[in-house]
Write a protein that binds this ligand. Structure first.
Ligand code: S6P
Ligand code: ZN
Length: 187
């Protein structure tokens, strides 16, 4: 296959490319992310929370290029809090990104450079523009896998440390069987 060509299955977002890369994030790798530390501690740390497959048609760090990926977040909760991605801002802070939902139900949590929060509901077909200087995290609020595709600049990089330190300012918790968005400290 030509290295500038890949196949996307638009029904489920899966990707086929000779240069496909992938990573798996298990519960044990998400220490400090979920609010209920005791529940996190009691759960099986080998549980898969999400997987990412992505295609780098150019070398990471190349200015002007793009990457493409698919993320799958499994359904589940730690205490009342739904499974979600670690979340990050881009190392080159002003780099933007598109997310497009393929399957499942979720919430995109955003935090801008002035620490202002916003959330957008994700459902099949929803397309989300993540502006530069905006940290982003995805939460699976459904009971099936949430799958979304993403496109981001090849020189964006990832900064996980800043958000790990500051948090997102909001969390998505199950409340009477329904997702509820609340402030970090709210019960
Ligand atoms: C990359 C893009 C996604 C995430 C993926 C996992 O810029 O936003 O591919 O990497 O959804 O999330 P995280 O926060 O673990 O990188
Ligand atoms: Zn990103």
């Amino acid at each position: 296959m030509d290295p500038t060509f890949a196949i996307v299955n638009w029904a489920d977002g899966s990707l086929d490319s000779p240069k496909l890369r992938s990573s798996t994030k298990k519960l044990g790798q998400l220490k400090g992310i979920f609010r209920d530390e005791d529940s996190w501690q009691r759960m099986d740390h080998e549980t898969v929370v999400y997987r990412v497959w992505w295609w780098e048609p150019v070398t990471p760090g190349t200015e002007g290029g793009l990457f493409w990926g698919t993320t799958e977040i499994l359904p589940g909760r730690v205490g009342q809090e739904y499974f979600m991605t670690h979340g990050h801002q881009h190392a080159v802070l002003d780099r933007a990104e598109f997310y497009g939902t393929v399957a499942g139900k979720g919430m995109l949590i955003l935090r801008d450079e002035n620490s202002r929060n916003r959330h957008e509901e994700m459902s099949p077909g929803s397309l989300h523009y993540i502006a530069g200087k905006t940290a982003h995290r995805v939460v699976n609020t459904g009971d099936t896998p949430l799958r979304f595709v993403a496109c981001w600049p090849s020189d964006a990089g990832h900064d996980y440390a800043t958000i790990a330190e500051n948090g997102f300012g909001m969390r998505v918790m199950e409340n009477h069987g329904k997702p509820s968005v609340m402030g970090d400290g709210e019960v």
